[in-house]
Ligand binder design. Structure first.
Ligand SMILES: [Zn+2]
Length: 431
């Protein structure tokens, strides 16, 4: 029975309203004791003096590309990248090849994650067969296999009839639907926000209204069906206003996230045709970013994700129009949130941690995201004051397409523990 003691760290556990210097004693993969000056003898003692100790981070939206595009990322490399960022649980999106629209793919992902024994991987299944938006996939069967939600991410189901039927089915079986919101008739699929920056670049942009209308559609259909709905990577003023209104009207089963790049950056980062800034939804203008930050403050936005989207070089070192969508993010998400929200004075660090631990855990209804005695010991230790410069080439992810490459950030994971096993120690991956 292996024992570890993490000593003298500032334990920040929003689920238990805790923020004080404490020791944590871990035995047999679980948190056995949290107290001042624990003297029990442990096999391994980690000195966390000057660091913060938090629940392992939970990221509700990653693309690990396995099966099908293992040249971009695998469950192994994606998991190592997550560990480097202090993330111990991820939710993988279904746009793999083949699409995760059946039990076999869900089983494959779970089996591979179990063999690797790196982090907790929670797969999702597609809403429709092949993500074609037509025939509803075997939602219940996939959930029975271990899918934590059903989502079309990578696409949006355009046919309201299909989406409503899927939501009604989901409501009957208490299945969580996660929606990527985009009206395809309004979106130009160019990865740019429609505005002055896209005009300067001579690119057709995707207007905010494309996301606004799709968010409204999803909210109304979810209300009609009674299903649990989580809205992925919201990025516009209209989207957050619609979510805020719906929550005020008492829509308790509605939750929403923002991907960290959408509160940290504006569309001007794409100037110079920086293809790492090409993403879906696009990075928006300052007006939208300001509104998103307000929505984080008032909890219209429940949690932060990365939308970690690794690509190979030929898909990014090319003309902007031809480049793939997305940026890697699991190695930088905590630092980005700390730098652009806590250090910038918008919200306290406790709230950053809450939106990366207990809040995402509640959304997918997993018993994680806390440092409660008896809980599985998924723990991250961060040096909140460490200043570092992102070097994507040196990252664990196969994808080097990081929008924050070269950025100076504050805060870095030092140790990462999953179920009592140290997966990263002193910033060195242990596996
Ligand atoms: Zn998406």
């Amino acid at each position: 029975m292996k024992t570890t003691c993490i000593k003298n760290g500032r334990v920040i556990d929003p689920a238990n309203n805790r923020n004080e210097i404490l020791d944590i004693f871990i035995e047999d993969g679980k948190i056995k004791k949290i107290d001042k000056n624990i003297t029990d003898k442990a096999d391994e003692v980690l000195d966390a003096t000057g660091y913060i100790v938090t629940p392992g981070l939970i990221d509700l939206q990653v693309h690990f590309r396995e099966p099908g595009r293992e040249d971009r990322e695998t469950i192994e490399t994606g998991s190592k990248a997550a560990i480097a960022g202090g993330i111990t649980s991820v939710v993988t999106m279904p746009n793999t090849n083949p699409v995760a629209d059946n039990q076999a793919v869900i089983n494959h992902i779970l089996k591979r994650a179990k063999e690797l024994n790196l982090i907790n991987v929670f797969p999702t299944g597609a809403i429709t067969v092949g993500q074609k938006g037509e025939r509803i996939a075997e939602m219940w069967e996939m959930v029975q296999c271990g899918a934590v939600a059903i989502t079309e991410d990578g696409f949006d189901v355009q046919d309201e009839g299909v989406l409503l039927n899927a939501m009604k089915y989901a409501a009957t079986h208490d299945i969580l639907i996660m929606s990527h919101c985009e009206c395809e008739n309004l979106s130009q699929h160019c990865g740019m926000h429609e505005g002055w920056t896209s005009t300067q670049m001579g690119l057709a942009g995707s207007p905010g209204i494309s996301e606004d209308l799709a968010v409204l559609k999803n909210i109304y259909l979810a209300r009609e069906s009674g299903c649990r709905l989580h809205l992925l990577h919201n990025s516009t003023q209209g989207a957050v206003e619609a979510i805020r209104d719906a929550k005020k009207r008492g829509m308790k089963k509605l939750t929403a996230e923002v991907s960290v790049q959408h509160f940290a950056l504006t569309d001007e980062v794409a100037l110079g045709y920086n293809t790492n800034a090409k993403m879906y939804p696009p990075i928006r203008s300052q007006k939208h970013v300001d509104v998103i930050i307000e929505a984080i403050k008032d909890d219209t936005i429940d949690c932060f994700t990365t939308d970690h989207a690794p690509h190979i070089e030929p898909d990014k070192i090319c003309a902007f129009e031809h480049a793939a969508f997305g940026s890697v993010g699991v190695e930088t998400s905590f630092a980005v949130a700390n730098t652009y929200l806590a250090e910038a004075g918008h919200i306290p660090i406790e709230k950053v941690i809450s939106k990366m631990t207990i809040e995402p855990a509640r959304i997918i209804q997993i018993d994680k995201g806390t440092l409660t005695v008896g809980a599985e010991a998924d723990i991250a230790v961060f040096d909140l004051t460490k200043k570092w410069t992102v070097n994507a080439q040196a990252g664990q992810s196969k994808g080097k397409n990081c929008i924050f490459d070269g950025y100076d950030l504050v805060g870095k994971a030092v140790h990462t523990m999953v179920k009592g096993d140290l997966k990263m120690k002193d910033e060195q991956i242990m596996v």
